[in-house]
Write a protein that binds this ligand. Structure first.
Ligand code: KG4
Length: 344
């Protein structure tokens, strides 16, 4: 086994500029600059995001090298998020990675952001008690832009077996939070308020779709109509019922997610089940995973909070496995904003 493979990972797909160093699969640093500038607009503003990435990228990479206690001359390769994401944001990370790889004469490895979320489960923090999923396993990938069930056969052999046909789970959280007047992104606020509410207080629409696909737009509409109808009768409806609304919404989203995941695990006879992406920070979803572990004998893998949202450590670990297979990227390659069904 070749050792001392030191990968610098760069992530800039949305509104977090992040850089990380991973050596032989062990994380040496993971630095992130988040962009507060979007909060007042109720969503990410692409133009502002790319400008903030330009400001952040050099200090963030500098910090990642410093925290890892290495010099840039020790880097073996540079891995960067090539997509999916916002084009302007991706361009900043991609151009920086290309420039640095040319300057250092080291290989460039392009990484699919979604694959990075899944492989975040293999980031070692050098702790002897760490446990990693065993192939094949299922990964529920839930973020602001995606809701997928991924069958993971190997590090670089993955298949999306189910995905949302409309909104993502995170989008359902954020859009429903917005109509309740909560700040953006609303997912964490709903999570917090749900803890004080009754999950059975309101009944919301659940989709009837075959297979392992998801749909959240019907739920969002039924939530919107509930608020509209009730507010006609009582203008203070939302303020008076916020915790119950959050608890009912969260419970419904989790039920939709877990029903399909359970079906896939049963059909494929897989008991190693992981969760990834920003929504995996949700405490109700984490509890549901632990309950399923007890009830169905699953071995569950839930990432540390720092690896649930966008981070460069997951890009660096994916770059590491691609490097080992000699999967490099040419200087002429450009970012992509979307990917089709297969994520590799
Ligand atoms: O993976 P991610 O950081 O990036 C995007 O896909 O943009 O996911 C962000 C999503 C947002 O929709 C946010 O509301 C949601 O993850 N999220 C949560 C929680 N923390 C973040 N949703 C529910 N509960 C949470 N605790």
């Amino acid at each position: 086994m070749i050792s001392n493979i030191t990968i610098l990972g760069i992530e800039s797909s949305c509104d977090d500029t992040s850089a990380a160093v991973i050596r032989d699969g062990v994380m040496l640093s993971n630095t992130i600059a988040s962009q507060a500038v979007h909060a007042r607009y109720g969503g990410v503003v692409p133009e502002l995001a790319s400008r903030a990435h330009q400001q952040n990228i050099i200090p963030v990479v500098h910090d990642a090298l410093k925290q890892a206690n290495i010099d840039k001359s020790e880097l073996t390769a540079i891995a960067f998020t090539r997509g999916p994401g916002l084009l302007g944001s991706l361009l900043v990370g991609t151009s920086f990675a290309k420039g640095l790889s040319q300057a250092l004469s080291i290989p460039l490895v392009d990484v699919n952001h979604l694959q990075g979320h899944v492989l975040a489960h293999f980031i070692s923090q050098g702790n002897e008690e760490e446990k990693f999923p065993v192939f094949p396993f299922l990964c529920l990938l839930v973020s602001g832009g995606n809701s997928q069930i991924v069958l993971v056969r190997d590090y670089l052999d993955m298949e999306v077996i189910g995905q949302t046909i409309d909104d993502a789970a995170g989008e359902a959280f954020d859009k429903c939070a917005k109509v309740m007047g909560l700040p953006y992104p609303g997912g964490p606020y709903i999570d917090k308020l749900a803890k004080e509410g009754n999950p059975k207080a309101f009944t919301l629409n659940k989709p009837q779709i075959s297979g392992y696909d998801y749909s959240f737009s019907g739920l969002k509409t039924s939530f919107l109509y509930l608020l509209r109808d009730e507010e006609k009768k009582n203008p203070n409806f939302v303020a008076e019922n916020r915790a119950d609304l959050c608890a009912s919404l969260q419970a419904t989203i989790i039920e939709i997610l877990m029903n399909k995941l359970r079906k896939a695990a049963k059909d494929l006879n897989i008991k190693q089940v992981a969760v990834a992406g920003g929504v995996s920070a949700n405490s109700g979803l984490r509890d549901a995973f632990h309950e399923h572990a007890k009830k169905y004998g699953w071995e569950v893998f839930i990432p540390p909070f720092s690896f649930t949202t966008d981070n460069a450590a997951m890009i660096a670990i994916t770059g590491y496995y691609k490097f080992l297979k000699g999967e490099f990227c040419g200087i002429e390659e450009v970012p992509y904003t979307r990917v089709s069904n297969l994520i590799v």
